[in-house]
Design a protein around this ligand. Structure first.
Ligand SMILES: Cc1cc2nc3c(=O)[nH]c(=O)nc-3n(C[C@H](O)[C@H](O)[C@H](O)COP(=O)(O)OP(=O)(O)OC[C@H]3O[C@@H](n4cnc5c(N)ncnc54)[C@H](O)[C@@H]3O)c2cc1C
Length: 615
């Protein structure tokens, strides 16, 4: 669907139609302020723009669950959830934000249920909950059932429910529109709107707005091996950098230990919980050596690092689909699990292995490697979703600009996210952002925005659109042969391999320097020289792929700069040249801009002083 006509000025434009964007749209629409406006005959003008049909957003692939201490499970309480989140994030978590996350988690889950999410049920009718890594009872006690689930399809349930609610509430969508620019006013103090490319018609549009929210998701495609879908190219983060903003803690990328070789598709943690064992090239079950007592069920970052240590020591195996390739996988041995039990408890895992690797997991070992899964950092936001710059030791909010979900960093995940906390982050802080946008709309209504101010914003967005249009004309007019056989897909593959070698799971100054040289001297200039092979602007996927790979390159440079600046190991970031956590110098958020200037923002410690992270 495309809007029938575009308004000159929107009250709110939401970019992204995953859990974060849709929650924001609903939070905005259902707020008391908007209800009052409607009662007075005023209708806020809202548009949701998504480069995908909304139901294709990555939120739909979440399997395991959404975390909340609902009060049905003995020995659980939101305070333990709060503690686990801070500890899981290796104390790089803003504790005021994490407290909100844990305290309002039950309300968020109940609201989802009331809107239509069909959670699995216990025999006595409560919402069913399962165990997830790092979620414990009392300060770090026994594992506790905290992840509310809907079989192994929680994301699918949430996405469909939120989307149906949006449709029922008449929210307008611009589907398969790709946002190419975030436009701020000339002083860079408030938002002016976005430029969007309608992939159906091939036209660029100036979309002016008093408020803009980015819910554009993560950037797993930075790495060759990733559990993320193809659209997760970090567009929102790259556009924020291009608009002169910073990214917070972008050096922290979570690797899930068991991605299926060749594809990176996630093989759920449940496969090890049911008895699966990781083995090296010699057949040795190596995890007990690295995490005595926890073995294969140690925390995600610990297992991923252990796998890499085996590979680095020459005990890895080659992907059977590429026997001459690098020995960068290990085996997941599921053969000890009773075949019938495996079919019953791990249907999705079994199906994935059979379909994508052509292997029978009841008889043969499965090749796996750590897969890029989640970006902990992102566009810095307050707990009301307002985007800010960290300048002269304080947060300076960009008026009218908001972000939520995986592209944002409200800093509830710190250096390592706990399973089940990201759907919660997206839904909860998405809703909160929507409500704060509503308050801002109401304020503008009462103070009466001047038409002259609006006209100035509209002109700024139109200027950005015209610049984008001429760049698009050049992409189409350019001689693709000049760029030989270069194309964005080839570049994305090379970037993924470069990042994988340099920064997957562990890195050091040397690996980062090698990667940045390749990116700066080879990949970045080639990305700038790309031209479209097909000369039509309509339905031309290569055009958006060119923008996507440029976004990934900008982001890769920034991630490397931030990783290079942090001289310690914490959570998902393992610097082999700085193996220990260093609270004295780095208990701080990195704030990195497009010029790769890194400044440091203190972590908000409320009531939990840093401790050693042990499981
Ligand atoms: C395989 C997998 C399993 C997971 N399992 C769990 C789990 O069990 N529990 C949990 O809590 N978390 C899980 N996660 C993480 C969680 O699903 C995500 O972090 C969360 O869904 C992100 O939601 P989002 O709304 O921020 O982004 P997304 O759902 O990724 O949506 C991004 C949206 O932005 C739009 N967009 C992006 N760029 C542009 C652009 N340039 N122009 C226009 N639109 C744009 C896209 O069209 C899309 O609609 C999992 C993730 C994966 C990959």
């Amino acid at each position: 669907m495309s809007p029938k006509h575009l308004e000159d000025m929107y009250d709110a434009v939401i970019v992204g139609a995953g859990a974060a964007g849709l929650s924001a749209a609903l939070g905005l629409l259902r707020s008391e302020t908007v209800k009052e406006m409607k009662a007075n005959g005023q209708e806020p003008k809202i548009l949701v723009i998504s480069k995908l049909q909304p139901l294709r957003s990555h939120t739909g692939s979440a399997e395991g669950g959404i975390a909340a201490a609902l009060g049905n499970v003995e020995h659980d309480d939101w305070h333990w959830h709060y503690y686990d989140t801070v500890k899981g994030g290796d104390w790089l978590v803003d504790q005021d934000a994490a407290k909100l996350l844990a305290e309002y988690a039950p309300e968020t889950v109940i609201n989802l249920e009331r809107q239509g999410v069909a959670f699995s049920r216990t025999a006595d009718g409560h919402i069913a909950q399962r165990r997830f890594g790092g979620h414990t009872s009392e300060f770090g006690g026994e594992p506790v059932r905290r992840a509310a689930y809907a079989a192994d399809r929680i994301g699918h349930q949430i996405l469909h429910t939120l989307w149906q609610q949006c449709v029922a509430n008449g929210i307008e969508f611009a589907e398969e529109w790709y946002v190419t620019d975030l436009v701020l006013n000339e002083e860079h103090t408030r938002v002016a709107g976005v430029v969007a490319f309608d992939t159906h018609t091939g036209k660029t549009h100036a979309v002016s707005a008093h408020n803009v929210l980015f819910g554009t998701g993560g950037a797993g495609r930075l790495f060759h091996t990733t559990s993320n879908s193809w659209d997760l190219t970090g567009d929102g983060m790259a556009l924020a950098l291009a608009a002169g903003l910073q990214l917070e803690d972008c050096e922290f990328v979570q690797f899930h230990p068991t991605g299926l070789a060749h594809t990176g598709i996630l093989l759920s943690e449940a496969s090890r919980a049911e008895g699966g064992v990781l083995r090296n090239a010699d057949g040795e079950a190596f995890m007990e050596k690295y995490a005595p007592g926890h073995a294969d069920l140690a925390a995600r970052d610990v297992v991923s690092r252990s796998i890499m240590a085996e590979i680095d020591a020459g005990r890895g195996i080659a992907d059977p689909k590429d026997p001459e390739g690098p020995k960068d996988c290990v085996w997941l041995d599921l053969t000890g699990i009773d075949p019938e039990h495996m079919e019953q408890t791990l249907p999705q895992v079994v199906e994935t292995i059979r379909k994508y690797a052509n292997i029978d997991p009841t008889r043969d070992y499965v090749p796996v490697k750590p897969t890029a899964h989640y970006t902990m950092g992102g566009i810095p936001v307050t707990t009301n979703g307002e985007v800010y710059r960290w300048q002269n030791g304080e947060r300076r909010v960009v008026e009218g600009l908001y972000a939520a979900g995986e592209c944002s960093c409200v800093s509830v995940h710190g250096a390592n996210r706990l399973g089940g906390n990201s759907l919660l982050d997206a839904c909860l802080f998405g809703t909160r952002s929507g409500r704060s946008i509503a308050a801002r709309i109401a304020q503008a209504e009462s103070s009466g925005e001047s038409e002259a101010a609006d006209a100035a914003l509209e002109e700024t967005v139109e200027t950005a659109r015209a610049a984008r249009q001429s760049e698009l004309d050049m992409l189409l007019a350019g001689n693709a042969d000049d760029a030989a056989d270069d194309n964005p897909y080839q570049l994305m593959a090379e970037l993924g391999s470069t990042m994988e070698r340099a920064a997957a799971v562990r890195c050091d100054a040397q690996s980062l320097a090698t990667a940045i040289e390749t990116i700066d001297n080879d990949l970045a200039p080639r990305a700038q020289a790309l031209a479209a092979h097909d000369k039509a602007a309509t339905f031309n996927q290569e055009i958006t792929a060119i923008w996507e790979v440029r976004h990934l390159i900008t982001l890769a440079q920034t991630v490397i700069a931030a990783s290079d600046a942090r001289h310690e190991s914490r959570g998902s970031l393992k610097r082999t040249d700085f193996p220990d956590r260093d609270d004295e110098h780095f208990l701080a958020h990195s704030m990195t801009d497009a010029a790769h200037e890194v400044s440091w923002q203190p972590v908000h410690i409320v009531d939990m002083p840093p401790k050693k992270r042990e499981y």
